[in-house]
Design a protein around this ligand. Sequence first.
Ligand code: GDP
Ligand code: GDP
Length: 474
Amino acid sequence: MARSAAAPVRRRRRGTGDGALGPPSGIVAIVGRPNVGKSTLFNRISGQRRAIVDEMAGLTRDRLYGIAEWRGRRFTVVDTAGLDPRGSTRDDAEHVALVRGTQQQARLAIAEADVICLMVDVRSGITALDEEVAGILRAGGKPIVLAGNKADSPVDPYFAHELYRLGLGEPVLVSALTGIDTGDLLDRIVDELPPPDPEAEVPASALRLAIVGRPNVGKSSLLNALAGEERALVSPLPGTTRDAVDTWLDRPEGAVQLVDTAGIRRRGVIDTDVEHYSLLRALRAMERSDVAVLVVDASTGIVAQDRHVAGYAADAGKGLVVVVNKWDLLDFETRAAPATLKTVAAAFAFVPGVPVIAGSALDGRNVSKVIAAARGVAEARSTRVPTPVLNDLLRRALEDRPPRLHKGRRLKLFYAAQAQAASPTVVLFVNDPELLHFSYRRYLEHRIRAVFAFNGVPLQLVARRRSAQQAAAS
Ligand code: GDP
Ligand code: GDP
């Protein structure tokens, strides 16, 4: 078997030449029993970009979903292990919990993912639980890619032949830990993904919003308040339907598309299963939108999951608006204190300038500001920075604070241009991308934002190698 230490590096998208990638489209779920290496694979394939947001946000643990890039395709990847707390309970019923948890992940993946990667451990061979999960998946009718993990040590015998017993076709043997052949696995996964939504690639005439947030924060109440009528609330069984019904609002300033309102309306039930289904639906709704309207509950404050969802939106290149709902439940003093909203804004500071709206879906306070704020963010997201202005601005930034020497070499910026992409992406043509350090990248981003605010919008800086001759010729 040909082996290469394939770390998932960003490959150039065919045709565009500037390295810009389209919006993420498609959900890949990694399923398997505990300890086979799901989280390790997840971290490897959703690594680079997310690590940056995580570092800024101080979010390092409990990542369950992120964005992977492979062969010019971006998609959402979900580590289902973290989705079911029963999978990791440590009590007498541990085994039962483990089995239930793993089965549950498989069903969740069948309901909400486009491609399922079933991971098994080639060193331990196939267990009864692996077979059972494979059976559930085979019946589910979704494309499945079988990964035999931990194929990294020639000393240990592999049970590769056993993997065929699962009836899922040819397995890909990988090492999530070292990256051996994870590129082959990603090839197979990308081949199985449905083609990207053509709508997502072109600027839409309508403003596409995804209302997202934890259960019970008031998403459906906000939807009703925005739509201006009490709608019949439907509650289909979780995961049984693909009823991605959108609600359209005809506003004088232009149409608004509230993406997957059926998903939003699945309200009121606090149940981990429902919560996880709605989380995956929210990811899909965000994929189809321009701006995520993240609803948080003023009475409970910001929790890690709120920030994870915002982090996902930023990774996906989507705009963000935060609605601090149930403002009516706060006492007068807390409402009046400027620190209250500042604390919320600080929790989402990894998306600079994000609008934070204190409101109440119940009494209608500030609901009318939500669409206007989202429109502002969508406009910022479609801002095109003229190339000469961008280059002047960056030249001054480099003069004001020249890059430091790194092993005797210094970053040289030949020129920069904004890529043709749905979300703001600045391509820096440099002598060596390795010389663009994290802190310097942030400095440059800060300088761009000082002129073109990009409020509530992630700004991606991509470094590309150019030789001095190439730069002079173009
Ligand atoms: P999960 O429970 O399926 O998410 O599994 P983890 O990703 O947490 O991995 C479980 C253990 O297996 C950890 O100690 C990992 O370091 C280890 N592991 C994961 N992938 C590999 C691999 O490719 N080779 C080896 N040798 N160990 C691995
Ligand atoms: P969802 O699960 O996020 O869609 O939340 P719902 O819209 O179903 O709201 C959950 C509960 O919070 C319901 O009982 C609502 O009446 C209540 N609620 C929603 N918005 C507000 C608000 O602004 N203020 C107060 N006090 N309650 C609210």
